[in-house]
Unconditional design. Structure first.
Length: 112
């Protein structure tokens, strides 16, 4: 549904630009936005790769397990149907810990 809304908005913008004689501006805006999107994707890929590496090191060092033990009562309250020792518990805990610490970029790889 959201794809249809975006498609309609883009189509209306292009049609309006063509009807008002501003097609050159529409084309330039589309090309500029595409360039910015590529730049953003490259930046995000680097940052996410960094945090994924750090989360992997923290997991192998046992840091994630220790932090998970600290918030396990809170996780049991929020997610009572997750079995004890299930890997999802560690992923959820790592994601919550990253959010609490303000590490927004770390939340995506933490949730794997």
């Amino acid at each position: 549904m959201l794809n249809a809304i975006w498609a309609c908005m883009i189509l209306l913008a292009v049609l309006y630009g063509a009807a008002t004689g501003h097609m050159a501006e529409v084309t330039n805006a589309a090309l500029d936005s595409a360039g910015e999107a590529v730049s953003l994707c490259i930046t995000m890929a680097g940052v996410v790769a960094l945090w994924m590496g750090l989360m992997e090191v923290a997991g192998k060092a046992g840091l994630v397990e220790r932090l998970t033990r600290g918030i396990r009562p809170f996780l049991r309250f929020l997610f009572p149907r997750i079995p004890q020792g299930h890997p999802a518990g560690e992923y959820i805990a790592a994601n919550i810990i990253a959010n609490v610490l303000g590490l927004g970029w770390a939340c995506t790889p933490a949730g794997q």
